[in-house]
Design a protein around this ligand. Structure first.
Ligand code: FAD
Ligand code: SF4
Length: 491
């Protein structure tokens, strides 16, 4: 921190209001897929960083699932040392350009920031994104090393750190979402030959097929994938483990000494109401995959998708918000969220709800579908709902929605998208004898992320159930350390 910075008193810092994230106009952006938030300028980032009180006992750090040195990196920003700030973040977080965009900071680090007591928290997430983007822009020119197996990593890359000498051991990661990417990167740095097997034709997991471009630019994810390849990780796409090859085959026939399962929880759940099989009803998973991964947003693409004029999305999480905002961008005149609780209970990121409102998304709160109504030729024509009121808290701690008898009403629509949650896909687990699952069919692991099969580890959503990007990354990192310990002990 500069002398001038050090001289700033707490009062002066407290007097600085939270800076604003510049973003595109709500109506204009709801017609295209370009990113909503534009990022902080250098001056604004420094100003925001000056709001940090540099607490001796920072409450924000325990609020971060991977324990980033938050006052440390913010102090470096305040000092104008953006690259050093990025380096410091990357010590604990391999994908800051991703998490700076999608982490629910308002319930994590920012929720525990001491400034919440007097006004608004330091914008930790926006600052994280700022340093990550700054680093990408300013170190882009440095060529990535072409396969750098066993060589020293360049400072230009994320997932950095010194690669150790090659061990000659082969390891497999199944799934290329945040858990698989992080684990593979760490293992490559330990000197292992790592192969990621991915079912889709592109790597990135939910970051590529689920979260839309207007929130998570694919160029950011692609760059991280390139960095991973530069570390020597092989990515084999179009391989469905459990169908193309099984885990026992990978270990006994193909010589993989350990496996990390990171297949996520992408099996859609449905409402189980009459009419759910009508044409025009999608799971959010399918709708978003068609749009993002299979590029249905592009008018030249031959991916079929029903571009509804009136779209109802059922659910209140990030997936529901992504689907409803996507439907607007695909040309809907009216896009509505139908959610059975009230706004306070919505699990979606607060910023996304706010952005959706700016894009004229309609919110039908305290309502739940009871039937999807169809035309004579089997297409959706409306959704019948019932009004709800909130009762006592349920096991999730949120107040339980209770139907109000006789309060049914209908909403006209031609597309219904169901975004009420996902579960574990049984394809891999059913073909892996001896793999212990819990009562929800997620994989059971011990404190070292090892499953009931020695040498087979797991993490991310397939262990936790649908969670967050940062938790999946944390699992990937810890699992890599434990895989390394496990294999080192076998030597
Ligand atoms: P995933 O990201 O699901 O990746 C799993 C990968 O494994 C996929 O690529 C899949 O194709 C592959 N796979 C599956 N089965 C097989 C198989 N048998 N063989 C080979 N490969 C296989 N979290 C946030 O923190 N913030 C957000 O804003 C946010 N928004 C979200 C929006 C949407 C639409 C969705 C769906 C989720 C969102 N999440 C968000 C949750 C977050 O994306 C997940 O918690 C996280 O991606 C889980 O990471 P993962 O690595 O465990 O699995
Ligand atoms: Fe800065 Fe807030 Fe963390 Fe204190 S709690 S160090 S003010 S970000």
């Amino acid at each position: 921190m500069t002398e001038e910075q050090k001289k700033m008193t707490a009062q002066e810092r407290l007097a600085i209001p939270r800076q604003q994230m510049p973003h595109r106009d709500g109506i204009e952006r709801s017609r295209d897929f370009k990113e909503v938030n534009l990022g902080l300028s250098e001056q604004v980032a420094i100003r925001e960083a000056q709001r940090c009180l540099q607490c001796k006992n920072p409450k924000c750090v325990p609020g971060c699932p991977v324990g980033i040195d938050i006052p440390g990196f913010i102090g470096l920003i305040a000092n104008g040392d953006f690259l050093a700030a990025a380096e410091l973040v990357r010590k604990d977080n391999d994908l800051p350009a991703v998490t700076g965009r999608v982490c629910p900071q308002e319930i994590q680090c920012e929720a525990t920031c001491i400034r919440c007591k007097s006004d608004t928290p330091v914008a930790i997430g926006w600052l994280e994104r700022f340093v990550a983007d700054y680093q990408m822009q300013h170190q882009n020119q440095t060529p990535l090393p072409t396969p750098c197996r066993g060589r020293q990593d360049t400072p230009a890359n994320s997932l950095r750190g010194q690669a150790r000498p090659k061990t000659g051991k082969k390891l497999a990661c199944i799934g290329s979402g945040p858990a698989g990417i992080t684990c593979a990167g760490q293992l490559a740095k330990f000197g292992y030959d790592v192969t990621i097997f991915e079912a889709f034709h592109r790597a990135g997991g939910v970051l590529i097929y689920g979260i839309p471009e207007f929130r998570m630019p694919k160029s950011v994810v692609n760059r991280e994938i390139e960095n991973l390849k530069a570390l020597g990780v092989t990515i084999e796409t179009n391989v469905i483990v459990g169908r193309t090859v099984t885990i026992p085959q990978l270990m006994s026939e193909e010589g993989f000494e350990a496996v990390f399962i990171a297949v996520g929880a992408g099996l859609p759940e449905f409402m189980n109401v009459p009419g759910e099989n009508l044409k025009g009803v999608y799971s959010a998973n399918e709708y978003l995959t068609r749009t993002n991964l299979m590029e249905a947003y592009n008018h030249d693409s031959d991916t079929p998708i029903v571009r509804g004029k009136r779209v109802c999305v059922i659910g209140g999480g990030n997936t529901a918000l992504d689907a409803v905002r996507t439907s607007k961008r695909l040309g809907a005149i009216e896009s509505t969220i139908v959610y059975r609780r009230s706004r306070v209970e919505m699990p979606a990121r607060v910023e996304e709800v706010h952005h959706a409102e700016e894009e004229n998304i309609r919110f039908e709160m305290l309502a739940a579908p009871v039937e999807v109504l169809g035309t004579d030729d089997g297409w959706v024509r409306a959704i019948k709902c019932i009004r709800m009121e909130l009762g006592e808290p349920d096991e999730s701690g949120r107040r339980r929605p209770v139907p109000i008898p006789g309060s049914e009403f209908t909403i006209d629509c031609d597309v219904v998208i169901v975004a009420i949650g996902t579960g574990a896909n049984p394809l891999l687990t059913r073909t892996t004898p001896g793999l212990k699952l819990n009562k929800w069919d997620y994989i059971e692991v011990d404190e070292n992320f090892m499953t009931s099969i020695p040498g087979v580890f797991a993490g991310g959503d397939i262990v936790r159930g649908s969670a967050t990007v940062i938790l999946a990354m944390g699992d990937g990192k810890k699992a890599a350390q434990n895989i390394h310990k496990f294999l080192s002990a076998k030597l």
